[in-house]
Every structure is written in structure tokens, then in C-alpha cells.
Design a protein around this ligand. Sequence first.
Ligand SMILES: Cc1ncc(COP(=O)(O)O)c(C=O)c1O
Length: 189
Amino acid sequence: VLSDEVYSQMLYDGEFASVASHDGLLERTVLLDGLSKTYAMTGWRCGFAAVPEPLVDPLVRFFVNSTSCVPPFVQLAGVAALTGPQEEPLAMIEEFRARRQLIVAGLNELPGVSCRMPRGAFYAFPNVSQLPIAPDELADRLLEEAGVAVLAGSSFGRFGHDNLRLSYANSREKLTQALERMRGFLEAL
Ligand SMILES: Cc1ncc(COP(=O)(O)O)c(C=O)c1O
């Protein structure tokens, strides 16, 4: 099992349970995580994996011969993030909780848009199937005509064909502005 658990700390309700915590799965799971989300260190390009023992040597060989290593100062920054005070990431989750509330409520007030409350990460995935234009075109036109960058849900597989994906990793002020622009665009359709 390859399990990308990069959002494991970004939960709004309940407790995170790794797939590796289930019986018999620890020794069969490659668990991926990184600093990009919890510590907002996307640009540092540092991730890590917990792997079953037999994979350690081949993976070390692979990384030594492909990237050599993560630059030492980035490794030190990673250690500082993981072992230092955790108040900042915890406060950030609370800020994301407020942004989530704002964006989901705002999307649900738009004509033809309905959005469920996400339980983790920082993305809203509204259903826009009631609108007269398809999500792919809608995403392009929102960017070109309203200056709002969203992705078409089809980028995330066949279950996303009726959706858009919006990141709410942005200020409440900007999110409010984006919602206003979307309203203006949709009302003019
Ligand atoms: C599920 C998931 N995994 C991994 C990543 C990327 O992480 P990184 O910046 O460490 O490449 C993202 C970023 O969008 C993500 O959504």
C-alpha cells in the first residue's frame, strides 16, 4: 500500500488513523508525508517516507543516485519544524477552519452551486452540475473573465466531473473577494 498522508494533521473533526495502523498493514505500507502542508514549507521541497525494512536499502540507493540528498539546511529546517513548538500549525488549523466555513457557506449561496463541508485539508469541491456551462469551461472562464483561479474537478478523476476544486489556502479577505467575483460572473451568465 502506498499511502500519502500529507494532510494527516489537517483534520477538522475526529482523529486521523493511518492505513498502517490496521492489522497486518504496517509491514506492507509505504507511508509518505512532508513539510509542505502542516508547516506551510511547500517551497522547501522536503518530504519523507516510512517504509518496511526491506525497502530501506533500495530506496537509499535510488535517492543517492538521483537527488543525492535533501540539502542539509533544508533537513535542519525540517527537524526544527517537526521537533519545535507546534502552536503555529495548530493555530493555522483553526484559521483554516474559519476559512472553510466562509468558503463553503459562500459557495452554497451562489446560484447553481452546492458544496459539502470538507473534513480535512484545505480544498472545497463544489458541485456545479446545475450551471449551464461544463466545469472545464467554467474553470477557464472564471480565470479569464473573473480573475479567480480554480481547477476543474475532472483533474481529480472521473468522480470529479461535476465539480470545481478551490483551494482555501488564502486569506479570508481574498476568499471573500473571490466569492464576490464568482457571484458576479454567474449572475451574468
Ligand atoms: C495529497 C497531496 N500529496 C502531496 C502533495 C504535494 O506535496 P509536496 O509539496 O511535498 O510535493 C500535495 C499538494 O498539493 C497533495 O495534495
